[in-house]
Design a protein around this ligand. Structure first.
Ligand SMILES: [Zn+2]
Length: 87
């Protein structure tokens, strides 16, 4: 489980979304998850470790209807790319 600073994502969303509510229910406020998750390429149901790209994402959930938006943690600068993390 990979943690990041939720306040960094909240700042990013304020800049990019401008305080917009959920587009589906137009009611809810957003809640950010406190961990970074991974999207990996589907490999026919087999778990393949160590190959293929992984997309790090943070789910942002509408507290009213549950609509879930995945924010790319690299684009939002919440995590570093692997090459940057090693150096
Ligand atoms: Zn909603």
């Amino acid at each position: 489980m990979s943690k990041y600073k939720p306040e960094d994502l909240i700042k990013h969303l304020k800049e990019k979304w401008g305080g917009r509510h959920c587009p589906l229910c137009t009611v809810g406020n957003w809640e950010v998850q406190d961990s970074v998750f991974e999207l990996r390429q589907f490999s026919g149901g087999d778990l393949v470790v160590g190959t293929g790209p992984i997309v790090p994402v943070v789910p942002v959930v509408c507290s009213n209807c549950g609509n879930t938006v995945l924010i790319n943690a690299l684009v939002a600068k919440l995590v570093k790319r692997p090459k940057e993390a090693q150096s």
